[in-house]
Design a protein. Structure first.
Length: 279
C-alpha cells in the first residue's frame, strides 16, 4: 500500500482507495502514534482527539507538504491570528485540501492567568483582576483569583495555536479522518475539556525496599520533603492535570487542608488526581 495521497482528478476515489486510506491511518495509529503525544482520549468522548504531532505524522505518511498562510487580525487591545493551511501533494504539487484556524488573546484561557500572590492581586487595578467561580466535585464550587494577561505576553502562543488548529482542521478534512478522530480538543465544550467523569488514575506508592537510583555526587534526589508526602515528580503530575483542567492549585490545597502541594499525604494522591480532573 503506497503512502502517497492519491489525487483523483475528474472522478471519485474507488472503494478500494478509500478503504486503503482509512486502513493506513489506523495502521499508523497502532504502529507509530503514541497516546498523549500524537492523540489523546478525552473522558466522555468515543473517539481519540488528534494532536498537532499526530497531524504532522499523517501529513508525512501521505507525503503532503503543508504551507501556512498567516493573517494578522490584531488590534491594540487584542492579539488575533487567522491561519490558512494549504496542503499539496509532494509528488504532483496539486492542492489536496485547506484548513482554517484562528486564535485570540481574548479567549478565556489566554485572557486571564492565576495570581502569583495575594499582594499582586491586591495591587492590581480592579478592572484587571477578578475572582472566578469554578465547579468542584459533587456540585460544589471553589474560587480562583486571576489577573488580566497582557496580550503581547501571549502573542507567540496565540500564533502557534492558530497554526495548530489550522493544521488539525486540514488533516481531518483532507484525509477524511473525522470518523476516526474527534473534533479538536480546543473546540470541545468546557465540561469535556475539564475531564467529564474522571478516570481514577493510580500512582504506585514507593516500596520500602525499592532499589535507589545511583546519582552523581552533589546532585539532589527528588523526593518528598516530609516522610509520607508525595515527591517532586508526583507533584509535577498533579500540577499538569490542574493546568489541563483550568483548576487552581490553591483551591486543591484548601480542599485537602495543606499548606502546599508538596505537603499532600501519599495516602491522598489518588483522591487528589480525581479532584484535579473532575468536572
Amino acid at each position: 500500500m503506497s503512502g502517497e495521497l492519491v489525487v483523483q482528478q475528474g472522478g471519485a476515489l474507488s472503494l478500494g482507495q478509500i478503504r486503503d486510506r482509512v486502513n493506513l491511518i489506523q495502521q499508523v495509529m497502532r504502529s507509530v502514534m503514541k497516546e498523549k503525544t500524537h492523540y489523546d482520549t478525552i473522558p466522555g468522548t468515543d473517539k481519540p482527539t488528534l494532536l498537532k504531532a499526530g497531524a504532522e505524522v499523517l501529513a508525512t505518511t501521505f507525503q503532503i507538504a503543508v504551507d501556512p498562510e498567516v493573517h494578522d487580525l490584531s488590534t491594540p487591545e487584542e492579539v488575533r491570528y487567522r491561519v490558512r493551511v494549504v496542503g499539496r501533494s509532494q509528488a504532483s504539487g496539486i492542492t489536496v485540501g485547506v484548513g482554517i484556524g484562528e486564535c485570540s488573546s481574548n479567549e478565556e484561557k489566554y485572557k486571564w492567568r492565576r495570581m502569583v500572590c495575594q499582594e499582586e492581586f491586591d495591587g492590581t487595578d480592579e478592572t484587571r483582576r477578578r475572582v472566578k467561580y469554578a465547579r468542584g466535585r459533587n456540585d460544589s464550587h471553589y474560587t480562583i483569583k486571576q489577573i488580566r494577561t497582557e496580550p503581547a505576553d501571549v502573542a507567540n502562543t496565540i500564533l502557534k495555536m492558530a497554526k495548530k488548529r489550522a493544521l488539525v482542521d486540514f488533516t481531518l478534512t483532507a484525509l477524511a479522518a473525522s470518523d476516526i478522530f474527534a473534533q479538536d480538543f480546543e473546540d470541545m465544550p468546557e465540561e469535556l475539556r475539564e475531564g467529564g467523569e474522571p478516570k481514577k488514575e493510580e500512582i504506585k506508592q514507593p516500596k520500602a525496599m525499592e532499589k535507589k537510583e545511583v546519582r552523581p555526587e552533589g546532585k539532589p534526589e527528588p523526593g518528598p520533603s516530609t516522610p509520607g508526602t508525595i515527591n517532586a515528580t508526583q507533584a509535577k503530575i498533579i500540577r499538569k492535570k490542574l493546568e489541563h483542567s483550568g483548576k487552581d492549585e490553591d483551591a486543591l490545597c484548601q480542599h485537602f487542608k495543606i499548606e502546599s502541594l508538596e505537603k499532600l499525604p501519599m495516602s491522598s494522591i489518588n483522591e487528589a488526581l480525581a479532584w484535579s480532573t473532575a468536572a
